[in-house]
Design a protein. Structure first.
Length: 504
């Protein structure tokens, strides 16, 4: 066994020698000169060897060195001149992190991996050459290299880890490896000058935030190889994107706050769609085609899409979730298909130009504040299967002059139709539980009791129907069509009771 030998040179740089070779262990910050030549024979630059040596500007590394240790040159802020010899095979984590003076660097072909944080916060690095030997780029390897203008990732690279080029604010050009199968989490996030990118046809997954906050990214070409897009483009400048039929999964918030996105078609191949905040705050979105496999309009899926004028909800959808269309100020009408059973809380809150809502009979519950502040809503057709109208469901729907409450309704919540200024009358079943301040004080409520109707004779029912017919006729002459519609609802129920009695 070789005895470990230790010594220092005239510049206060310490060394150790053992059976593995000579390691440069560390430097005395106050003594290290601006230019330092590492002695020939040194095989390794140790962990934190030159860390925070702020005076040093130039380092000559001999071709005997095979490894540069973890944080070896960390925070050498004035280091500008550095050549890594071909003998180096390993550059450890954070080796050149915070070397703010580095402008360009060539990585030798002997290196196979650019490890975690190697060039982290090298803020003046403008050019880096990645050789064909590299197979992996580690987490945040080039994080906040804010002056890096272009990067070519060779086809040898098979993996790029999270945030590798995040915050490279002047990065305009990227060439991706054709050996990659995934663009990982936040890889190009906050690359605000990146304007276009071509994704190679080897890619299967575009990960969360991979192009997030790329505000100048307007065009992305997605190849047919991609099967999953997971939160990839939030807060980007994307104006148009074509999703190929190969895609089967789209994750939440994928297009969140894409304020320049105008239209998008999601193909039927997408069977796994997490709608949570998917298009939230896409202020210029006017046209969306949703897949027939969609089962839920997710939480805030289209919230604050201020220019969305219409939406076709597929027949596969069973639930419209919380705030799904809240703040869609341009939305004028909604037809809810015969698959939806639930309309969530605040689902259409503050849709200020919504005038017409038609619900199929599948809907059984409208949750709290679902249509609150839909001030122009004037035409409302409720489901004949609805059991509960939640608290404040139609609060502040000022233009709603008429509503037919089906006999299926068991509960109307507090403030459900409060401040519906144009609503003056309503017919309710005596079995319906009506909450506090559900209607304005001036609303005339007519009650009918189906049990009473059932106890009436055929002759009494016929007379009641005849009276209703006359009242409906008189209201139509006075152009009171909405009130006439309400009486027609009552007449229909009486006719059903009469028909049942005649068949007894």
């Amino acid at each position: 066994m070789v005895e470990t030998r230790k010594w220092k040179d005239a510049h206060g740089v310490s060394f150790e020698q053992d059976e593995n070779g000579i390691t440069l262990v560390g430097a005395t910050r106050a003594l290290v000169p601006e230019s330092y030549e590492i002695p020939k024979g040194v095989t390794k630059i140790g962990k934190e060897a030159f860390q925070s040596c702020k005076r040093i500007k130039n380092v000559v590394i001999p071709d005997s060195v095979t490894e540069i240790g973890e944080h070896a040159f960390n925070r050498c802020k004035n280091l500008t001149d550095l050549v890594i010899p071909d003998s180096v095979t390993t550059i450890r984590d954070g080796a050149f992190s915070w070397c703010e003076g580095l402008i360009e660097l060539k990585i030798p072909e002997s290196v196979t991996e650019i490890k975690v944080h190697v060039f982290y916060f090298c803020t003046n690095l403008t050019s880096v050459s990645i050789p064909n030997s590299v197979t992996k780029i580690g987490k945040e390897a080039f994080y906040f290299c804010k002056n890096l203008a272009s990067v070519a990732i060779p086809d040898s690279v098979t993996e790029i880890e999270e945030g590798a080029f995040c915050e490279c604010k002047k990065l305009k050009s990227v060439t991706l490896s054709h050996s990659l199968t995934e663009i990982g989490k936040r890889v190009f996030s906050f690359c605000v000058e990146l304007s276009s990118v071509t994704i190679p046809n080897s890619i299967k997954k575009i990960g969360p935030g991979s192009f997030g906050f790329c505000q100048n990214l307007t065009t992305v070409t997605i190849p047919d190889s991609v099967t999953e897009i997971d939160g990839a483009f939030y807060d980007s400048g994307i104006t148009n994107v074509v999703i190929p039929n190969s895609v089967t999964k789209i994750g939440r918030a994928t297009f969140l706050r894409c304020k320049n996105l105008k239209s998008i078609t999601i193909p039927d191949s997408v069977t796994n769609l997490d709608g949570i905040q998917l298009f939230m705050n896409c202020e210029n979105l006017t046209s969306v085609v949703l897949p027939n496999s969609l089962t839920e309009i997710g939480n805030r899926m289209f919230a604050c899409c201020k220019n969305l004028t219409s939406i076709t909800i597929p027949d596969s959808v069973t639930k419209i979730d919380t705030e799904a269309f809240a703040g869609c100020e341009a939305l004028a009408s909604v037809d809810i298909p015969n698959s939806v059973t639930e309309i969530g809380e605040c689902a259409f809150l503050c849709c200020s130009n919504l005038t017409s809502v038609t619900m199929a009979d599948s809907v059984v519950e409208i949750k709290n504040y679902a249509f609150d502040y839909c001030k122009k809503l004037s035409k409302l057709t409720l489901s004949n299967s609805i059991a509960k109208i939640g608290e404040g469901a139609f609060w502040n729907c000022e233009k709603l002059a008429s509503v037919i409450i089906p006999t299926s309704v068991e509960e109307i919540g507090d403030y459900a139709f409060k401040n519906c200024e144009d609503l003056k009358s309503v017919i309710l079943s005596k079995s319906t539980n009506v909450g506090m301040f559900a209607f304005n004080d001036d609303v005339a409520i007519s009650w009918f009791d189906e049990k009473v109707f059932s106890s009436m004779s055929i002759n009494e029912l016929e007379k009641e129907i005849e009276t209703l017919n006359q009242q409906i006729c008189d209201l139509c002459k006075e152009q009171e069509y909405e009130r006439a519609s309400q009486l027609r609802e009552k007449r229909i129920k009486l006719e059903k009771v009469l028909e049942a009695k005649r068949q007894e």
